[in-house]
Ligand binder design. Structure first.
Ligand code: ADP
Length: 586
């Protein structure tokens, strides 16, 4: 049953009851009034009749008188002698009157005889057979002793039923009007409530966009408007919260650090993808106890400390069994007023630690590399200054000092170059470079060394690789470094081969020698700074240990790569690969 029907039915029933009760009360009041009126009228008429007949010594034709009075009064008029005999009656002719009963014992006559006036209610008339009201009044000084006026009570009922008919018509009309008004009123009310319900439905569905219509200024309007404002405010807050949540999700998803939030009861509220990867957790762990899910004792311990309200220091935690990666966990308790709990952040500091280690090693290496020539220089300077040696020794000492100074100079030059490459300060100027031309230039620069060692360079570029794209100065440095190494580590009178070939999207330039090659276990590391294969196996070429790492930097600057291998027949082979398509350097 809709609200509309309910209001309509209830208001209709109320109107029906109101109109019904009103009709009933009015009918009652009217009946009493009418009966009183009839009684008074009858009494008055009887008194008048008695007064008219009073003090008349003779009434020659009493029935005639009764007829005349009856016509005038619109009532039955009966004249009765003192002995109760009916002497005149407006409804009977003289012949009938003679047959009428004696009225001496009638109730109203008995009363009238005793008190002067008498009334009988609702008695069935023995003469007419109709329920009749009688009023008799004693007549003084006349052969007619009593004047009686009677009115059949059907008149009362007739008037009342007429009244009832009128009331029913009124009731019907009133009811129809009430129903129509109720219908319209409930329809209007319903329409407004429906508008409120529609708006509420929209809000329930989470749609806060369209403006709500004005609900009016009465009570319904006030309630609807207040609800509307409240819901819209709530909706605004909800969408703000959703936006913030989305921002937070984006931040947490994009974070390299792992984040976990545990509530005061120790249940996981939030984890980000990084944390799930670090701790190898499934995606839907929210809501579960952290002890069930987090299998790493260090992290569980940190969380339980924070849940107890303490903020432990950041600590290294071991997540892998093999300990390859290093993590630092920081945990902070959430204040009690904010519901308690703890937030734990896991940082993967492996790269940072590795970089720290590399830096420390580098500083140690540099110090070590500098100390050797410095110690030598200081020793020979002291030898020269303390006790001047013979001139030949002095010359030798000075040569040694010069050699070590040169070595330091080269070291500092290489260090500066590496620093520039690390800082991305060297840029490429790419163009077509002829491989043979570069090698010839290097050969020219190394002429005296090569001649001294009776070494020869053989350059055999393939026809499609005679020219490669690159920065000529940097490719020159690369090849010079590799050819110098080849010369340093290969025996006297040997040949150093330089070849070039194209393979798909790459150019490959190789420098091969006939030297001892490089032990397999050292191959992956020889491009590291200061990494040297055991020195004792060859003559000390006076290298800085930085040459190959500069080579790698320069090749990578071209978007290429470098690798070292051992040749099958002995000797080392260094191959640099350059992309045929010029790619932007990273
Ligand atoms: P260095 O300046 O000492 O030569 P590099 O970085 O150029 O330093 O080389 C690193 C190490 O690699 C060298 O110490 C040497 O042991 C080894 N190496 C380089 N080139 C060759 C080669 N052609 N044959 C054998 N060993 C080599």
């Amino acid at each position: 049953m809709t609200f509309h029907t309910r209001t309509f039915v209830s208001i209709s029933l109320a109107s029906l009851a109101a109109v019904g009760v009103a009709t009933l009360l009015i009918e009652r009041a009217l009946r009493t009034y009418l009966e009183d009126d009839i009684r008074n009228t009858l009494l008055t008429q009887a008194r008048l009749t008695a007064a008219m007949l009073a003090e008349r010594p003779s009434v020659p034709n009493p029935d005639h008188e009764a007829d005349a009075l009856g016509r005038l009064l619109h009532a039955r008029v009966t004249l009765i002698a003192a002995d109760g005999r009916v002497v005149g009656d407006s409804e009977f002719d003289p012949a009938q009157i003679a047959t009428l009963e004696n009225h001496a014992s009638r109730e109203e006559i008995v009363q009238a005889r005793e008190t002067g006036e008498g009334t009988a209610l609702h008695r069935q008339s023995r003469s007419t057979g109709v329920p009749t009201r009688y009023t008799a009044v004693a007549v003084r000084g006349s052969p007619v002793a009593f004047a009686r006026v009677a009115l059949p009570l059907t008149v009362v009922d007739e008037r009342l039923s007429h009244l009832r008919r009128m009331a029913l018509v009124g009731l019907g009309a009133g009811l129809a009007a009430a129903l129509a008004l109720t219908w319209v009123a409930s329809l209007l009310l319903n329409r407004r409530l429906r508008a409120v319900a529609v708006t509420a439905g929209r809000y329930k569905a989470g749609d806060f966009t369209r403006p709500a219509r004005d609900h009016g200024r009465d009570e319904i309007g006030i309630v609807a408007n207040v609800l509307d404002d409240t819901v819209r405010e709530l909706g605004q807050k909800l969408s703000d919260m959703a936006r913030e949540r989305a921002h937070m999700d984006a931040i947490l998803t994009g974070m390299a650090e792992g984040v976990v939030l545990v509530n005061g009861a120790g249940r996981l509220v939030l984890t980000n993808p990084a944390l799930r990867t670090m701790l190898r957790l499934p995606a839907n762990v929210e809501g579960r106890q952290y002890q069930e899910v987090v299998r790493h004792p260090d992290i569980a311990a940190q969380l339980s400390t924070a849940l107890a309200g303490r903020a432990p220091d950041a600590a290294d935690v071991d997540l892998d069994q093999d300990g390859r990666r290093v993590f630092v966990a920081r945990v902070v308790p959430v204040a009690h007023e904010r519901g308690g709990g703890a937030v734990l952040v896991l940082h993967d500091v492996t790269d940072q630690r590795r970089a720290d280690q590399v830096r420390r090693d580098f500083v140690a290496n540099v110090s070590h590399e500098l100390r050797t020539p410095l110690t030598a220089i200081r020793g020979y300077v002291e030898a020269l200054s303390d006790d001047p040696p013979p001139i030949d020794d002095a010359r030798r000492f000075l040569e040694i000092i010069a050699r070590h100074t040169l070595r330091m100079e080269r070291l500092v030059r290489d260090l500066l170059r590496l620093a520039r490459l690390d800082a991305g300060q060297e840029t490429l100027e790419r163009m077509e470079c002829g491989v043979s031309a570069i090698v010839t230039a290097v050969e020219h620069e190394m002429q005296s060394v090569l001649e001294g060692r009776r070494q020869r360079i053989e350059t055999t570029p393939a026809p499609d690789a005679a020219v490669v794209p690159g920065d000529p100065a940097k490719l020159h440095d690369v090849l010079r470094n590799l050819i110098e190494n080849a010369s340093n580590y290969s025996p006297e009178g040997s040949v150093i081969e330089v070849s070039a070939a194209r393979s798909g999207a790459w150019f490959a330039i190789s420098v091969s020698d006939r030297g001892p090659g490089i032990p397999e276990q050292d191959l992956p590391r020889i491009f590291e700074r200061f990494y040297r294969v055991d020195r004792s196996r060859t003559r000390d070429p006076g290298g800085t240990g930085l040459g190959l790492s500069i080579v790698r930097h320069l090749v990578e600057l071209h978007g290429g790569r470098v690798r070292a291998t051992n040749r099958v027949g002995g000797g080392a082979q260094f191959t640099i690969e350059l992309p045929a398509e010029i790619q932007p350097a990273e």
